[in-house]
Design a protein around this ligand. Sequence first.
Ligand SMILES: Cc1cc2nc3c(=O)[nH]c(=O)nc-3n(C[C@H](O)[C@H](O)[C@H](O)COP(=O)(O)OP(=O)(O)OC[C@H]3O[C@@H](n4cnc5c(N)ncnc54)[C@H](O)[C@@H]3O)c2cc1C
Length: 195
Amino acid sequence: MTGDLKECVEKNTGQIMVNEFGQATNMHPLTKVNQPSSPKVQNNIFSIGDVCLSHANEAKTIPSMYQYCYQVIWNVYTAATGGDPAHMQKIPAMMHVVQMLPCGDSKGLMSFNKMLKRDDTIPKQKDQMRDGYMAEHHGDKKAAAANAKNGKDFAGFMGIANGCCYCLPMHISKSKEYRELEKKGVIAKFDAAYR
Ligand SMILES: Cc1cc2nc3c(=O)[nH]c(=O)nc-3n(C[C@H](O)[C@H](O)[C@H](O)COP(=O)(O)OP(=O)(O)OC[C@H]3O[C@@H](n4cnc5c(N)ncnc54)[C@H](O)[C@@H]3O)c2cc1C
């Protein structure tokens, strides 16, 4: 990102700052301080994944990308086909944090928002995921079908964790406690440090 686009790059992390539609912008998504006097949005330049910094400040993982890539892909399609920008979709402000951590060959931890559990099947599950996706990339249709089913099951879990059962430890409201932090002034501290 050079020239005019350089100002869309976060000065500390080198990430591409995006607005709620995934479009590159010179407005910092996480702080109100030191914002440009003339905010600019690059309507035809989008960013997702590790390199992008969004207002969700999501964990940089595959499950995070899974939760907002469809919106950004839709927005790219809308921009590329001259569609109505009013139909663009927003990146969710909060995302689930899902991690599977193998500890050696036969032990593991699984965390889903605020739920943490020991699960010794994790090493095997991660190996299966790796092998399944590699097989799909090599054209294995059976593996592709199994991966599609896993994706659907995962979406189902997220649906439950997005639902009305707020008491669940993996409920989305517990994913980052962003609002709690806001109340405690952590964001104000971040702003002060960012000056
Ligand atoms: C060691 C490690 C383990 C991880 N384990 C997990 C895990 O278990 N589960 C999980 O969900 N996530 C895991 N992650 C994170 C996950 O890999 C990333 O979130 C994900 O790969 C990001 O995808 P991406 O497409 O945004 O970026 P990348 O996968 O980094 O893809 C970017 C691509 O752009 C290419 N590129 C860079 N610069 C240029 C250029 N100038 N021109 C052209 N091409 C360029 C790069 O070569 C690369 O191929 C892990 C990351 C690491 C480093």
